[in-house]
Design a protein around this ligand. Sequence first.
Ligand code: SF4
Length: 320
Amino acid sequence: MEIMVAKHAGFCFGVKRAIDIAEEVASKNRGKTYVYGQLVHNERVIEDLEKKGIEFVDKIEEIPENAVTVLRAHGEPGATYQQLKEKNINKNDKLNDATCPLVTLVHNVAIKLKNNGYEVILFGKKDHPEAVGTSYHIKGNGTLVIESPDNANELVYYIKKNDFKKVAIISQTTMSVNGYKELIENINNLSDKKFEELHLSLRNMSKPYVFVDTICNPTKQRQLGTEEIAKKADIMIVIGGKNSSNSKELAAKSRSYGVKTHFIQEAKQLEEEWLKGKEKIGVSAGASTPDITIKEVVERIKEIASLEEKGKPLNTGILG
Ligand code: SF4
C-alpha cells in the first residue's frame, strides 16, 4: 500500500498568522482575550486556544467593554469595527486584526471596482464569514452572491433586469478554481454580454463585463496538490473542519476525478472498511487543518494497513 500526502496540505499562511496573533496577544494579556467568531474552521485548534485563555464569541454583545479582542482571518464588515469602537475597542489599542492580507486585497479590489462604476457580484458561499465581509464592501445585504456555476442564469437575469452597463465578478478566496471557470463559461453561453478577465492589478477598467481572479494562491496550491494525487489514488481521505469552505472544495475536487472520497475531521473517523483492497491512498487537508491531525490520519492508515497487509511494504511520501 502507498500513502500519498498532497503537497501543501494543511495550514495556509493566513490561518497560521491568525493563530500566531491570537496566541501572542493572549500570552501578553493578563485578562481574558476575546476572539469574535471561529478564528479558523477547525474545532481542535479552537479547543487548543481556549486552553490558552481565549474565549470565542459569536456575537459582539458578548464582548465586554475595553476587552482585548482578536478578529479572525476571514475579514469583517465595517459594522463590526464600528460596534467594537462603541465598546472602546479600537485598532492600535485593544483590537488585534488577524484578517488575512489576501482577504483585505479582495476587499480593496471590490471597492475599486465599485468606485469605477461596476456592479460587483461575488462568487462565494452566502453565509460564509468571508463572503459576508466582502459583501459589506460591495453593497452590504444587497450584494448578489452566486454559490455555484449552476446558478449562472440567476446572475444573467439579475444583469438583464437591472440593465447594468458595467459588471464585475469577483470570487471568495477559497472557491474552486474550476468552479469559477465553469461559472464564467456558463454566463458567457447564456448571455450576449461576454465576460473577459481583468487582471488583479485592475489597470484597465474600460471593459464593461469583467471577472477578476481573486481566489488566493494558497487555495489554488491546495486544489492542485489534491488534484495531483486524486488522479492516481484508489481512495482519497480529505481532512478539514465541518465548516471549512476550502476543505469542502478539496473533497469536491477529489470526487470530480471519480475517486471515492471521505471527508473527515480526525483520525478516529477513519473506517477500516474504506481501505480494504486499496493500494493507493491519497490524503489531503484544508487550509485550517493542523499538521498533527494530518500526521495522526497517516499513522492510522498505516496501522490499518499493517493489520490488513502483514508483511507487505508500505510507501509513505509527500508528492510534488
Ligand atoms: S485561504 Fe487564502 S485568503 Fe484565506 S486565510 Fe488562507 S491564505 Fe488567507
